[in-house]
Design a protein around this ligand. Structure first.
Ligand SMILES: [Zn+2]
Length: 408
């Protein structure tokens, strides 16, 4: 009956339908569905499926992407470090990153709780700044590409606040050293020595194009080195350092005094920071000697010293120096920390050296308790500077200053 061919040819199709309604073997069905998913995804989703290992994705996609970024070597290596933390492959001594993403598939790993736990652990072991950077690396180089390739529907972190184990310390972190990992005294000393004696021209190559000269590049590096040195030696905030003018830095009796005006101080209360370490004092005396106009910024734009240095340019240049320290001195912590590590380290160093609370507050310009701060006692400030000087040059690491070294 040629009039009715359709019912016959459609019958076999109908005969197959029980496959989807009958329970069948769930294991077989899952495999079939997985193969179907794999096929369609291999065509459209960059070759990745949710059953692939998340670690493979990070190693084969995210890390090469980071390596190809048009970023300074230093920034690339910091991103790589973050991705390594996410995998749980950190090699810091005593660290067990049990919430690392290695071992997860894309499906099991790209979940809010899993990622939150992983980042929370990074915050615990490496500080909230590292956790913050790791989240950024995760979102930018893992979750967004997965979403773009439609391997996942949406990033589970998008627009969500994370309950990291150290909450609330990201914006005001520099005022709470207890929540920030700090350098050891040896590391801190090595950093200061490096900054004091590194040649600003070292490793600087002439630009291949653009308006900047080799001298300009060296000037950028020198300014970033000096700015970092001042922070490392005094705990001055980066923002405060950028608001210093030449006339605020003075020298007398082999000492240096930084008179931070109320406008420059983050607390809006003027304070004086003393430095007695002769090598540091001499370094900045040479810097000051090269600056003729007292009203210029102390750390102005390297190529245009009369203007304030653009913040993002400054941060970039300082970041390079900090990562150079990390590489040269093999200090892993510096790879992921920002400049407030100096402040936290110095605070930790002077704790227990018998320095008065008042001197402490005067040196650091704490936000908390700033209203209680009485005008700084110069002697107390100098005592604090001397204890730092001693800590740097005193040889043995000890909570108690050795009187014989102090007398020198
Ligand atoms: Zn670690």
């Amino acid at each position: 009956m040629p009039a009715d061919p359709l019912p016959q040819s459609s019958r076999p199709v109908r005969a197959l339908r029980p496959r989807s309604t009958a329970p069948g073997d769930p294991g077989v069905r899952r495999r079939i569905e997985k193969v179907a998913r794999t096929r369609s995804r291999q065509a459209d989703h960059g070759g990745w499926t949710t059953s692939d290992r998340l670690a493979d994705y990070i190693e084969k996609v995210a890390l090469p992407t980071v390596d190809d970024l048009n970023l300074a070597l230093a920034s690339r290596s910091s991103l790589r470090t973050c991705l390594t933390y996410l995998l749980g492959d950190c090699r810091s001594e005593g660290h067990v990153h049990s919430a690392g993403l290695r071992g997860h598939t894309i499906d099991s790993g790209v979940r809010f709780r899993v990622l939150e736990q992983c980042l929370s652990e990074i915050a615990e072991l490496h500080g909230s700044v590292s956790a913050h950077h790791s989240r950024t690396a995760l979102e930018r180089y893992v979750l967004t590409p997965l979403e773009r390739d439609e391997v996942i529907r949406a990033s589970p972190l998008f627009g969500r606040r994370l309950a990291l184990s150290r909450p609330g310390n990201s914006t005001d972190a520099d005022d709470d050293s207890s929540q920030i990992p700090v350098l050891t005294p040896e590391e801190w000393r090595a950093c200061i020595d490096y900054l004091l004696y590194v040649d600003a021209a070292q490793g600087v190559e002439p630009p291949r194009r653009g308006k900047y000269t080799l001298d300009d590049r060296i000037a950028v590096r020198r300014t970033a080195i000096d700015l970092t040195l001042l922070q490392a030696a005094t705990g001055l905030r980066a923002k405060e350092a950028s608001l210093l003018d030449v006339h605020m830095v003075s020298f007398a009796d082999g000492k240096m005094a930084i008179e931070l005006s109320g406008e420059a101080a983050t607390t809006k209360r003027s304070r004086i920071i003393h430095v007695t370490d002769p090598e540091v004092v001499n370094h900045f005396r040479r810097r000051s000697d090269g600056m003729s106009n007292p009203d210029h910024p102390y750390f102005g734009t390297p190529t245009k010293p009369e203007t304030r240095w653009d913040l993002s340019q400054r941060n970039l240049a300082v970041r390079e120096i900090i990562l150079e320290l990390a590489d040269a001195l093999d200090i892993e912590l510096l790879r992921t920390m920002r400049s407030h590590i100096w402040r936290a380290t110095i605070r930790a160093l002077v704790q227990g050296t018998g320095v008065s609370e008042q001197a402490h507050a005067a040196q650091f310009g704490d936000r908390r308790g700033a209203d209680r701060l009485v005008p700084a006692d110069a002697q107390a400030g100098i005592a604090l500077a001397e204890s730092l000087h001693h800590l740097r040059t005193g040889g043995e690491v000890s909570g108690d200053p050795d009187p014989s070294t102090l007398a020198n």
